[in-house]
Design a protein around this ligand. Structure first.
Ligand SMILES: [Zn+2]
Ligand SMILES: [Zn+2]
Length: 341
């Protein structure tokens, strides 16, 4: 029995569809409009503001596809829907007409129709799903924590289409920063101090050349620890492990990074000043990449345990405070998100 069947039979009447909100529309003029609710999207289609082959993307999906091919738009709520719309999506019986319509209709009237005022834009975006944190309609759904969230909870700048809510976007960034500091403390300062103390104690009996050699060795050990700290321990060094993070290859989104990638992604950290800039870049990147991650083809994502824990927390909050339940699985996984470029 599928989730939708359960929903229809009223076994879980509070389960709501996350696809009710959070749609982006890619206009023929290359601008992206949205987010809008599914209701707005259907109205736009009915009023020819957009055409069946206008590209639309749900905020939890990786790619935009023609509105006519969007399965989530085809799913009908139990209440009666317009007959016109139903025939538009009824590809089986109407494929010829649809193809014809696609061939003819290429443009859209978004530029002329899209409201200028923020409040009017928000009215197009909200429906019955509430924000997990604010007492107002949600406009998007977070790929990471699965929370529906309002415009107050959107990561900025608004022009970028973030996959994560502001909390998750900054949360991942802060945890990475914390992991970096922890790693620096444990892998650089701690050994340096320990060896420093040891050398100091042995200074009397040691040859100065020997001291120099030991210092050099220490530098090599510390450097390789920093370079390989994540790849040595299956994708997560001490700091990342403590923060519930792991480094994966963007190639498949699951394999831990290689030694080579460990070096590449840390090169940027050895360029003075740029390293500071690079450390805060993930905050504003929808795929939360440092430049090091771009060069090495790596992504930093949650460990499965941390992810499930945070999702469960949000699900409890939604149910208790808003009486809302979302399906356990929807949208792309974090691994799929890690594969995007
Ligand atoms: Zn989130
Ligand atoms: Zn909010």
């Amino acid at each position: 029995m599928s989730t939708s069947q359960v929903m229809w039979e009223g076994v879980a009447p509070t389960t709501q569809d996350p696809h009710e909100i959070g749609w982006y529309i890619e206009s023929a003029d290359e601008d992206v409009y949205g987010p809008v609710s599914r209701r707005t999207l259907r109205r736009f289609l009915a009023e020819d503001v957009i055409s069946p082959n206008t590209l639309v993307r749900h905020c939890t999906q990786p790619e935009a596809v023609p509105a006519a091919d969007q399965t989530f738009l085809k799913e009908k709520p139990p209440e009666a829907e317009g007959v016109e719309e139903a025939s538009l999506f009824d590809a089986e019986h109407n494929s010829g007409a649809l193809d014809e319509a696609r061939g003819l209709v290429v443009g859209d009237r978004l530029a002329a129709t899209w409201p200028k005022r923020t409040r009017d834009q928000e009215a197009l975006a909200g429906d019955s799903l509430p924000c997990a944190w604010h007492n107002r309609p949600a406009t998007l759904v977070c790929v990471r924590c699965h929370a529906p969230y309002c415009n107050k909870c959107r990561a900025r700048p608004f022009g970028k289409q973030f996959f994560l809510c502001k909390r998750c976007q900054s949360g991942i960034h802060n945890r990475r920063f914390g992991a970096l500091i922890l790693d620096n403390l444990i892998l650089i300062y701690l050994p340096t101090i320990l060896v420093g103390v040891l050398l100091g104690a042995l200074a009397e009996s040691l040859d100065p050349k020997m001291t120099l050699l030991l210092n050099g060795l220490l530098n090599i050990v510390v450097l390789s620890l920093i370079f390989f700290r994540d790849s040595l321990f299956g994708g997560a060094g001490i700091g990342k492990r403590a923060s519930g993070l792991r480094v994966v290859q963007a190639r498949d989104g699951t394999s831990p990074l290689t030694f080579g990638q460990g070096i590449l992604r840390w090169l940027s950290q050895f360029i003075p000043i740029f390293n500071l800039y690079d450390a805060i870049v993930p905050f504003r990147d929808p795929l939360f990449r440092r430049y090091g991650d771009r060069w090495a083809g790596t992504r930093v994502i949650d460990t499965e345990k941390k992810l499930q824990k945070d999702r469960a927390k949000i699900a409890r909050r939604l149910f208790k405070k808003r009486g809302v339940q979302l399906p356990g699985q929807f949208g792309m996984t974090m691994e799929e998100l890690a594969r995007l470029s």
